[in-house]
Design a protein around this ligand. Structure first.
Ligand code: ZN
Length: 217
């Protein structure tokens, strides 16, 4: 049995939960987990496989050069995106890429989501920026997403979807749910014709909670 069995199960369970909760349809989206140790490896969902048919053995182990270490399927097409984010952000241990409806709608409308809610700022770190459109798996996509993500935990990909990150898989999942909830509220509020941003002092106070959680070991 693989020495990464537990980590593969964590990715598998998150993938099934993502599919069941409607954050993706079909085979879209992908999930990865940084593996412990100095080897710089990740466990990631395979390309083009329906989540209900997925088993722990289907989760691929890949090194930071994108080379397969364990598993016989093709890793997700967006593996470079995951590796790029892990390299840029040492405090991220899990990444979930979804095509959730409201986040994608904001990304289609070309809308970045300003700081509008306390939980958005406390958990995602503030605004949800929009990375410009780029083809999946390209360096342009990787660099654009890393830049737009900054030190926060959520980002939108133009005409595509969203990425949620976290120190754990649970946190990354919550990030994806919060991105979706925030996008939904933002688009609904926009439809009334008026948006009130959080006051700057509130943003500052709640951002301090986020920063503290990010820096804790
Ligand atoms: Zn995608």
């Amino acid at each position: 049995m693989s020495q990464w069995q537990e980590e593969k199960r964590t990715v598998l369970e998150a993938a099934q939960k993502m599919s069941a909760s409607g954050l993706v349809v079909g085979t879209s989206g992908n999930i990865s987990l940084r593996l412990p140790g100095k080897q710089q490896l990740i466990a990631i969902t395979p390309s083009s496989k329906h989540y209900d048919l997925l088993s722990a053995e289907d989760i691929q182990i890949v090194d930071f050069n994108g080379h397969s270490v364990e598993g016989s399927l093709r890793p997700s097409m967006e593996t470079p995106l995951h590796i790029g984010i892990y390299q840029a952000r040492k405090n991220i241990n899990a990444i979930i890429h979804t095509h959730s409806v409201y986040a994608s709608a904001a990304a289609v409308a070309g809308r970045e989501i300003p700081p509008i809610l306390d939980d958005q700022v406390a958990f995602l770190g503030g605004e949800i920026k929009l990375a410009g459109h780029a083809l999946s798996g390209t360096a342009e996509q990787v660099n654009g997403a890393i830049k737009a993500l900054g030190d926060r935990s959520g980002v939108l990909l133009a005409n595509h979807g969203a990425i949620g990150t976290g120190r754990s898989m649970r946190d990354a999942f919550t990030a994806c749910e919060l991105i979706e909830k925030t996008a939904k509220i933002y688009l609904l509020a926009l439809s009334t014709g008026k948006i009130n941003l959080l006051p700057p002092d509130a943003i500052k106070a709640v951002k301090a909670i986020y920063d503290k959680n990010q820096s804790e070991d």
